[in-house]
Design a protein around this ligand. Sequence first.
Ligand SMILES: Cc1cc2nc3c(=O)[nH]c(=O)nc-3n(C[C@H](O)[C@H](O)[C@H](O)COP(=O)(O)OP(=O)(O)OC[C@H]3O[C@@H](n4cnc5c(N)ncnc54)[C@H](O)[C@@H]3O)c2cc1C
Length: 417
Amino acid sequence: MSQVKSVAILGAGPSGAALGARLARAGLAVAVFDAGKRPDLVVGESLVPAIVPYLEDLGIEDEVREYSIFKPGATFVLRGGEEIMNLRFDTIRGARTTYSYNVPRDRLDASILEAARRAGAVVVPATGRVETTGEGERLRLTAESLEAARDVFGGHQPDFIVDATGRRRTVARMFDLETETGPRRDAALHAHMEGVDLIECGNVHTDILERGWSWRIPLQGKVSVGLVVPSEALEKFGSTAEEQFDGYLANDRVTAQWRAGAKRITGVMKYNNYQLTTRRGVGPNWALLGDAFGFIDPVFSSGLLIGLDGAEGLAKAIRSGAGEAALEKYQKHVIHHLETWQRVVDHFYNGRLFTLLQVGEIARSTRFGALLDFHFGRYMPRVFTGEASRGRYGPWLLDFMCRRGLVDNDPAELAVL
Ligand SMILES: Cc1cc2nc3c(=O)[nH]c(=O)nc-3n(C[C@H](O)[C@H](O)[C@H](O)COP(=O)(O)OP(=O)(O)OC[C@H]3O[C@@H](n4cnc5c(N)ncnc54)[C@H](O)[C@@H]3O)c2cc1C
């Protein structure tokens, strides 16, 4: 088993920085390469409750609370605004964490990176570049990157390299690793607004629109709004992201209900081509982490959880020496986690998830239904909060019930078009 004493992490987003903190705390020499070019607006502002223990572990929950909005639950708006479902995290049986936060991403990222620095990781203000050594798939830093991290590695190659470069997917592209794409071809348009109505203060809101869906995430003094809509439904509103965002928002009958007095206060960011995961996440002296390994879909705010949970697993594997078995265990865990969210997300789009929740509401009034509900209520909601998404039983039960438990109801009525 090889001993790993030094690690280069490419990318200073939440996944890379969280891994940096864990490894530096364990006494490893860690350089986190920070390309420093973040757009003004970054998606990923709604956190699931399972993230809170990671914030505590990093020692940043108090500061996160200061600049964030307390998030007690999630609100879903269905059938053109006629039906509203609320999930309060503190009503979930067996929940370990009963709240979360909506965060300004720039500040959250800065807090996690600062925690890595405090733990002893060195943040190298440069793009991290890698090349193959010529021995199979081994990687090394380029001479320029090695020089940039001279203070950490003293001119010697690090023992291990982590690709946490997000959607740039540096190493997966370099080796042309096999990928899997989900079925959706949506574009996500994101901006901050003032004067947007909310139903439940603090909750993340998900509205099913005439085409696609939207998010409303309350932040301090403003609301983050996202439109996740099939690309072809946007084109008629113009060619720029701003024209498409404003045009869609003004014309959809659901968004028209909550945008009456609203004003967009930022430009609009557009994201395409997500639902992309890599089927292999490790190599002889490297691993992929966070979005660089895979990203499914924004709908249940699972992205940061997958990254921070991955950082925990990868830190364990590296600290144990980054042997083949340990890396494979990490890879298997992340792939399982990604697959779980893909199934949950698929059932959101095909209408089965909300149909199941509605069937559950009716069944609860019968004695047998109440018994079943007692059991389901312990496992299924915790998949959404992220506490059970990494396990086996909760995700299996949810998937099984979405496929088999709809009685005679047609899921197409609640499908996202
Ligand atoms: C539309 C949309 C909405 C989303 N909403 C949510 C949400 O509400 N909640 C949630 O939890 N998640 C959400 N996500 C997902 C979330 O944004 C990501 O999962 C999360 O940012 C992943 O973190 P990361 O550290 O892996 O990557 P990133 O946050 O992308 O960080 C990687 C960083 O590395 C930098 N970099 C790239 N190449 C290099 C290099 N060679 N050297 C140095 N630095 C480099 C990049 O510039 C970037 O700053 C959303 C995603 C999308 C697309």
